[in-house]
Write a protein that binds this ligand. Structure first.
Ligand SMILES: NC(=O)c1ccc[n+]([C@@H]2O[C@H](COP(=O)([O-])OP(=O)(O)OC[C@H]3O[C@@H](n4cnc5c(N)ncnc54)[C@H](O)[C@@H]3O)[C@@H](O)[C@H]2O)c1
Length: 320
């Protein structure tokens, strides 16, 4: 299907039409996130099949144009480019194990994307997302606010779901964030978390259980382990990450000024810099408009510093 002329509408380009990319396209189309959704994948038969399948649902979703190709031209003039292409974790692998392959892939695909979509906001989803985002910043030379990673938006959603279930409250009333690496060194920011205005550390329970230290530890561990469990069971995580990335893209395209824990290049954040990590950040049409100085306990600050140190060690390993 040829692209129709665009008249001030929005375009989302998704690179990689695998489990994550195609589910992201589905979620974005269902929610009417962008008028045009374009998928790019080196596997032509796969991308054509995904696009056909999505197009066959067009009468059930908000008006949209759905494109797909193995030709980078399909991404031309995108407002947002979401990159999901690349190696995925095999059962037992960590996200860091993917770094060599995915940093190489980022070096390969980014220059062509920058040519066809020079004004886009770039959102990295490919893992290890903090390292890939740092690499993308270096390779692209774009202003730091325009290149960021999906970070711990997904992990924060997993955390909120677990807290909501334990405490017997609606997930929308839980305000809690996972900060740091999207991976094994991530940490929950318990000291600033609240339910309906009640600090989580003072939560005594209404209908559900109190959130004591043992429960907090179990929930934090479950959040870190959840991707491993899903990958062991079905080979990929796709639904929640598709929704999380859609939420981030909407915050950009609709200029929402929404607070989300995306991964961006930190510059003297509690003394932490030269690394991409997730902290609560304001997302608008420019990308990352700013990061919030969330009050941190000594333990949380130490955890964030340790996460930064481990990411910098990986950056050095890949000459970034
Ligand atoms: N950040 C997050 O929260 C999060 C969550 C889940 C998965 N992921 C990551 O997303 C990535 C994709 O996972 P998946 O399960 O969709 O993998 P997948 O193997 O199902 O899909 C990857 C796709 O990328 C395509 N691809 C490879 N090289 C390409 C290139 N040069 N240009 C265009 N397309 C190319 C492949 O053909 C494939 O279709 C992985 O790195 C995974 O770890 C991130």
């Amino acid at each position: 299907m040829d692209a129709l002329p665009r008249r001030g509408t929005t375009k989302l380009a998704i690179v990689g039409a695998g489990a994550v990319g195609s589910t992201l396209a589905y979620a974005a189309l269902m929610r009417g996130t962008a008028r045009t959704v374009a998928l790019l994948d080196v596997n032509r038969s796969k991308v054509e099949a995904e696009v056909l399948d999505l197009q066959h649902g067009m009468m059930f979703i908000p008006p949209a144009e759905i494109l797909g190709s193995d030709d980078i031209e399909v991404c031309r003039d995108a407002d947002v480019v979401a990159i999901t292409a690349g190696a995925k974790q095999q059962p037992g692998q960590t996200r860091i194990d993917l770094a060599e392959a995915t940093v190489g892939l980022t070096r390969k695909i980014l220059p062509g994307l920058l040519e066809v979509a020079p004004n886009a906001v770039y959102i990295m989803v490919t893992n290890p997302v903090d390292i890939v985002t740092y690499a993308a910043q270096k390779i692209s030379g774009l202003p730091t606010e325009r290149v960021f990673g999906s970070g711990t938006v997904l992990d924060s959603s997993r955390l909120r779901a677990a807290i909501a279930l334990h405490c017997g409250v609606a997930v929308g009333n839980v305000h809690a964030y996972i900060a740091g690496e999207h991976g094994d060194s991530e940490l929950p920011l318990w000291s600033s978390a609240t339910i309906g205005g009640v600090p989580l550390l003072d939560w005594r329970g209404v209908g559900g259980l109190p959130l004591d230290a043992a429960a907090r530890e179990r929930i934090a561990k479950d959040v870190v382990d959840s991707a491993y469990r899903i990958i062991a069971g079905k080979g990929a995580t796709n639904y929640a990450v598709g929704l999380a990335a859609t939420r981030i893209i909407e915050a950009v395209l609709k200029d929402e000024h929404r607070v989300l824990t995306v991964s961006s290049k930190l510059d003297d954040y509690y003394g932490i810099g030269d690394v991409c990590l997730s902290v609560p950040s304001v997302i608008d049409r420019r990308g990352v408009a700013g990061v919030l100085e969330v009050p941190l306990s000594q333990e949380e600050l130490a955890g964030l510093r340790a996460s930064a140190d481990s990411m910098r060690a990986v950056q050095r390993q890949f000459g970034l």
